[in-house]
Write a protein that binds this ligand. Structure first.
Ligand code: PLP
Length: 360
């Protein structure tokens, strides 16, 4: 099948095939990688290779380091303010959808948080990201938080906001590594692996070392980022199998030509799909404003909810799964993460053309 799920999402076949080959006997050790000690030689090599692939593909500078964490992006919504907000301090949030709302709500439970800009509409939905001239930033904020890609409404930041000297924190769960990124702009990037990088169970963070060092020491050790940074993400048992699978996906990405090549593929996919939506705009409606359209999650609607359902059912029968929109957004959502190929999208757009012809 072609998997258009929003996450967990499809993984590149070569990464899964490699896992299948190595599953029972990892490198002649007579056992699976998941049965090895996280402090042993075999796993250590996987751990280090995953970090070095991330470092190479993203061009991570020496000022930053990679962390493997658990609890998903949702845990980071709470852990970030726990680490960085002290009494009397505040953090700024740029609101672009359900996930930024959740991040902001958690921060308010821990300390003070402000909405520095929001693109919410009167119907509580979002069809664009905020514009720079709408920001009301607090120059004393401990950090500014944004969600780089909004998985549910299908919006994406295409120009990073200017936030002065305030550390920029980004939840990149749904577009991490979709293209090259200037890591040095960010104090803290985090992303659940289950969309562009691997299976669920591990969260990748790319953090600026001096920012982490500023974190509070009066919270439980397991929640301090410095604990994980100081122990190279081996303070406690990391999700070894999930990290191993990320290693396989990263090797695939490297073989493909790295992030520049992935960006080319992803732009081609986005242009194919949005091009079709624009061409057939009498039948399909794509609500997101053009300069905020997401290359990872394309949201669109058919003329009626009944036709939305019929579209999803017919697509499933044709071997395309995961196209139903998020429950609060409705409609259709096609997630075009890194593992989805331009040919997969060509199959989808021919199906869309035929569906519009038959039902329009
Ligand atoms: N942030 C974004 C942008 C997401 O898309 C998601 C999940 O889809 C989350 C956070 C929550 O991630 P998790 O389920 O790993 O906590």
């Amino acid at each position: 099948v072609i998997n258009f799920n929003a996450g967990p999402a499809g993984l590149p076949l070569p990464a899964l095939e490699r896992a299948k080959e190595e599953l029972l006997d990892f490198k002649g050790s007579g056992m699976s990688i998941m049965e090895h000690s996280h402090r042993g030689k075999q796993y250590d090599a996987v751990h280090e290779e995953t970090i070095s692939l991330l470092t190479e593909l993203l061009g991570i500078p020496d000022t930053h380091q990679v962390l493997f964490l658990t609890g998903g992006a949702s845990q980071q919504f709470a852990q970030l303010p726990m680490n960085f907000l002290r009494p009397g301090e505040s953090a700024d949030y740029l609101m672009t959808g359900v996930w930024s709302e959740k991040a902001y709500d958690e921060a308010k439970l821990v300390g003070q948080a402000r909405i520095a800009a929001t693109a919410v509409q009167p119907d509580k939905k979002y069809v664009r990201v905020p514009r720079q001239d709408e920001f009301q930033l607090d120059p004393k904020a401990v950090y500014v938080h944004l969600t780089s890609n909004n998985t549910i409404y299908g919006t994406q930041w295409h120009t990073w906001p200017e936030v002065g000297d305030v550390p920029l924190v980004a939840d990149m769960s749904s577009d991490f590594m979709w293209k090259p990124v200037d890591v040095s702009r960010f104090a803290f990037i985090y992303a659940g692996a289950q969309k562009n990088l691997g299976p669920s169970g591990v969260l990748i963070a790319v953090v600026r070392k001096d920012f982490i060092a500023r974190g509070r020491q009066d919270i439980p050790k397991i929640f301090r980022y410095s604990t994980h940074a100081d122990s190279n993400s081996l303070y406690n048992t990391p999700p070894t199998l999930a990290i191993y699978l990320c290693r396989n996906v990263l090797s695939w990405a490297k073989e493909l030509g790295g992030l520049t090549q992935l960006e080319k593929r992803n732009r081609e996919k986005g242009e194919l799909l949005y091009g079709t939506l624009d061409k057939l705009s009498g039948f399909y409606r794509a609500p997101v404003e053009k300069d905020s359209r997401s290359y990872m999650n394309a949201v669109f609607y058919l003329p009626t909810p009944e036709l939305d359902d019929a579209f999803v059912a017919a697509a499933t029968r044709s071997g395309m799964v995961g196209l139903k929109g998020y429950r609060s957004a409705g409609g259709i959502r096609a997630s075009l993460y890194n593992a989805v190929s331009p040919d997969d999208v060509r199959t989808l757009v021919s199906f869309m053309e035929e569906f519009a012809r038959k039902n329009g």
